[in-house]
Design a protein around this ligand. Structure first.
Ligand code: ADP
Ligand code: MG
Length: 276
């Protein structure tokens, strides 16, 4: 496949606004020509596997004045649907930079990145926001819950943004909280919950939209050891339920709970190992 075709543009902002990509973003749904090329056909010819995530020679360079800092230097890997992956590396190795790219919060300086066979590395901000809402559920070290909202309302928030009706919102948020065993805490506010319970609310919120990928950046970083293990048991259960999980950590015993570990150092993959 020629370089010219590989460089083909993503749908325009107008197409997004008109909902052209709305339908095509549904896996297996009908496609318009441009997207057909960009996704399946092009990928098949280019030999890129139709993985849930494919990164090819990804670089992320931060420019500070005349200085250039290469936080990622040519990272390539695939993640299949249903995998449970930990990314581990020392502080400053590029983990959060990589996480922000996977989560479509940032774009690479160089290289190509596909989610669900959609080329996201060249997308504009509004398209990235759409992909982020549909495909990614985020969990952060410090939970990032709304302090004045109940657990139920916190979990309902993504559905409000997605325009889901109040009745359905309520039902889905209740179910998500029940999946993390918080049915009896739905009307509690964050300051009435333990750290572990707060993180479970955050996990319920991340999953309520049925995202393709659950992304967690140091999810146990603010928790004591016992609570950390409870959260890791929850991840294990969510993985068994079919969720694709990618978590970032600098702790080996946390990474060891995943089924695959990518070791990153100085912005490069040092080792990619399957652990079970
Ligand atoms: P980790 O999450 O593994 O600790 P990061 O991805 O946060 O590592 O950072 C990787 C490197 O990139 C570090 O040297 C860090 O200082 C640098 N870095 C991260 N974010 C920025 C930024 N926004 N601007 C400039 N340098 C950054
Ligand atoms: Mg980090």
């Amino acid at each position: 496949m020629s370089e010219a075709l590989l460089e083909m543009e993503s749908p325009t902002t107008d197409e997004v606004a008109n909902g052209v990509t709305e339908e095509t973003s549904v896996a297996g749904g009908s496609v318009v020509d441009a997207d057909a090329l960009e996704r399946g056909d092009l990928l098949a010819h280019d030999g890129v596997p139709a993985a849930l995530i494919s990164m090819r020679d990804i670089w992320r360079t931060y420019e500070m004045g005349a200085e250039k800092l290469h936080a990622l230097r040519g990272v390539s890997f695939d993640v299949q649907r249903g995998e449970y992956l930990a990314i581990i590396g020392p502080s400053g190795s590029g983990k959060s930079t990589l996480m922000n790219l996977i989560g479509c919060l940032d774009t690479p300086s160089q290289g190509r990145y596909w989610i669900n066979s959609k080329l996201v590395s060249d997308m504009e901000d509004d398209e990235l926001a759409r992909i982020r809402n549909q495909e990614i559920g985020f969990v952060f070290q410090t939970f990032n819950l709304l302090a004045r909202a109940t657990a139920l309302h916190n979990v309902e928030l993504p559905l409000i943004y997605a325009g889901v009706s109040a009745a359905e919102r309520h039902e889905r948020a209740q179910k998500a909280l029940s999946n993390v065993e918080l049915s009896d805490r739905m009307t509690h506010r964050p300051n009435e919950l333990s750290g572990g319970q707060r993180q479970r609310v955050a996990i319920a919120r991340a999953l309520v939209n049925n995202p393709s990928i659950l992304l967690a950046d140091e999810p146990t970083g603010a928790l004591d050891t016992k609570t950390s293990y409870e959260i890791m048991e929850l991840f294990e259960r969510l993985h068994e339920m079919g969720n694709t999980i990618i978590l970032v950590t600098h702790e080996h015993d946390i990474a060891a709970r995943a089924h695959r570990i990518i070791h990153i150092r100085d912005g490069q993959i040092e080792k990619d190992e399957r652990t079970r």
